[in-house]
Design a protein around this ligand. Structure first.
Ligand SMILES: *Cc1c(COP(=O)(O)O)cnc(C)c1O
Length: 430
C-alpha cells in the first residue's frame, strides 16, 4: 500500500470519537482529553510513527492508562524512608481519609454552630494528644517550610545563631543558610565544625539575635573529637530556641537512640520543635511545628504561614496517621524478625529460585544514619534487578556484592503475591 493509500485508510476523527469502545475507554476522562488523544494518535499515524492498522487500539490503550503517570512501585530495597520512592507510604487509614476528604469537607467550618472554624482543628488536637508537652501545633507544607517560617517570624531582619557543625545540606543541593536567609533572617555561625560550646552562643548573643536554631544531623554523623550543646543548655539563653529535629519521632524510640524526639526536646526547653510528616512519623508530606503557644501564635499570624499552609488532603491523611493503626514506616522499622524470615522463605518457595541470605536494612532519608536493621532477603542474580525495575508493577530491589537482594521489610504483606508474580516474570525474562 502506498503512503497515500495508507493515509486514505486512516480512520476519521469523528468516526473514532463516536466509536463505542473509545467512548467507554474515555469515560473516566474529559471530552477534551479524548479528542486530544485521538488527534495525537492520528498525527503520529500520518507521520508513520503508528501503523495505520494500530490507530484504534493505540487510542484505546492510551485512554485506558491511569490519569496520573506516577506509577506505584514495590519497595524491596530494605530502605524504609526512600526519598526517591516518595518517602513514607501512607497507612490504609490515611488513604481512606484522603479519599474521604477529596470532596467538600468541614475543614474550616464548625458544623455544630455553622460558623467558620479553625482550619484543621482536629489534626492539631491529635498532635497535642500525641505530644502533651506541646501547648500548640501548626502544620505547613514540609519541614523546610516550617524552618523557614520559624526563622522568618522570629528573626526576620535579624540573626539566627547556628552551630557551624549543624550547617547542613538537606539534599538535592539545598542548604540550610540560603534557605533560612531567603526569608530575611541572617545566619550567624557559632563554634567550629567539630566543637561548639555554650560560650560560643553566649559570645554571639546580642540585640541582633532573633533566635537560636538547633539542627539535628539526620543524614550524617560527626564523630571523633566533637561536642555540641544540648537543647537543655541552649534553652537557658534569653532568645527563642527552635529545634529542627528532622525525622519526626514524637516520643523516643529505643531502636533509634540517636534521633531527637519532639516530647523530649520540648521537655528540655525548646520553644518550637519542627519535623517532617513523611519520614519516621509515616504520614503525608508536611512540616509539623509544636511548642509554646505564644511563640506558635507569632508563627501562625505571619503572612508567610498562609503561603506555606497545607491542603485538606494533607490534614486528613495526617490526622488518620496519628489516630489510626501503626503506619507502614514504623511497622517496617519494627518488623518482627520471625515474620520477615517466614515471608522471605515463602517468596523463595513461590518463585522457586534464589537463596535466603542475611542482609541489613536502612532507615534511609528519615534519619538514623548509622543504624543497621538486621534482616533477610532473597538473593537473585544481579541482572534480575533491572528487569524487576522495568516490570509491572516495578519492583525496586537492592544490588549489593554482585547480587540482587529482594528485601520484604518495606513491602506490605498484602503485596507479597504481587511481588512473587513480578519476581517470577523477571526471572523468566518477560
Ligand atoms: C529532612 C529534613 C529536613 C527537610 O524536611 P522536608 O520535610 O523534606 O522539608 C530539614 N531538616 C532536617 C534536620 C531534616 O532531617
Amino acid at each position: 500500500m502506498s503512503d497515500t493509500d495508507a493515509r486514505a485508510a486512516l480512520p476519521r476523527t469523528d468516526t473514532l470519537l463516536a466509536d463505542p469502545d473509545v467512548l467507554a475507554a474515555g469515560a473516566g476522562r474529559g471530552a477534551e482529553t479524548v479528542r486530544r488523544t485521538v488527534r495525537s494518535v492520528l498525527e503520529r499515524a500520518r507521520a508513520g510513527e503508528v501503523a495505520v492498522g494500530d490507530v484504534r487500539t493505540t487510542v484505546l490503550t492510551e485512554l485506558a492508562a491511569p490519569a496520573s503517570s506516577l506509577s506505584p512501585v514495590l519497595n524491596a530495597t530494605g530502605v524504609v524512608v526512600h526519598t526517591n520512592l516518595g518517602r513514607a507510604p501512607l497507612s490504609a487509614a490515611a488513604v481512606e481519609a484522603l479519599a474521604g476528604a477529596a470532596g467538600h469537607t468541614d475543614v474550616e467550618l464548625d458544623l455544630a454552630t455553622g460558623r467558620r472554624g479553625r482550619r484543621g482543628a482536629s489534626v492539631l488536637a491529635a498532635l497535642l494528644e500525641a505530644v502533651p508537652a506541646a501547648e500548640a501545633a501548626l502544620v505547613v507544607n514540609n519541614a523546610a517550610a516550617a524552618l523557614l517560617l520559624a526563622c522568618t517570624a522570629l528573626a526576620g531582619g535579624r540573626e539566627v545563631l547556628v552551630s557551624r557543625g549543624e550547617m547542613v545540606e538537606i539534599g538535592d543541593g539545598f542548604r540550610l543558610p540560603p534557605l533560612v536567609e531567603s526569608g530575611g533572617a541572617r545566619i550567624r555561625e557559632v563554634g567550629m565544625t567539630n566543637r561548639t560550646s555554650l560560650r560560643d552562643y553566649e559570645d554571639a548573643l546580642g540585640p541582633e539575635t532573633g533566635a537560636v536554631l538547633k539542627v539535628h544531623p539526620s543524614n550524617y554523623r560527626v564523630t571523633g573529637f566533637t561536642s555540641s550543646v544540648p537543647v537543655r543548655e541552649l534553652a537557658g539563653l534569653p532568645v527563642p530556641l527552635v529545634a529542627d529535629i528532622g525525622s519526626g519521632l514524637l516520643v523516643p524510640d529505643p531502636l533509634l537512640p540517636d534521633e531527637m524526639d519532639a516530647a523530649t526536646t520540648l521537655a528540655d526547653g525548646a520553644d518550637v520543635v519542627l519535623f517532617s510528616g513523611d519520614k519516621l512519623l509515616g504520614g503525608p508530606q508536611a512540616g509539623i511545628l509544636l511548642g509554646r503557644a505564644e511563640v506558635l501564635e507569632v508563627l501562625r499570624r505571619h503572612p508567610m504561614a498562609r503561603a506555606l499552609r497545607v491542603d485538606k488532603l494533607t490534614l486528613a491523611a495526617l490526622e488518620a496517621t496519628l489516630r489510626g493503626p501503626v503506619p507502614p514506616v514504623p511497622a517496617s522499622l519494627h518488623l518482627d524478625p520471625g515474620e520477615h524470615s517466614r515471608r522471605t522463605a515463602a517468596l523463595r518457595e513461590a518463585v522457586g529460585a534464589g537463596e535466603v541470605v542475611p542482609c541489613v536494612g536502612r532507615v534511609g532519608g528519615g534519619g538514623g544514619p548509622g543504624v543497621e536493621l538486621p534482616g533477610v532477603a532473597l538473593a537473585l542474580p544481579e541482572e534480575v534487578a533491572a528487569r524487576l525495575r522495568r516490570g509491572r508493577p516495578p519492583v525496586l530491589a537492592r544490588v549489593e556484592g554482585g547480587r540482587c537482594l529482594v528485601d520484604l521489610r518495606c513491602v506490605a504483606p498484602a503485596a507479597d503475591d504481587e511481588l512473587a508474580g513480578a519476581v517470577r516474570a523477571a526471572l523468566a525474562g518477560d
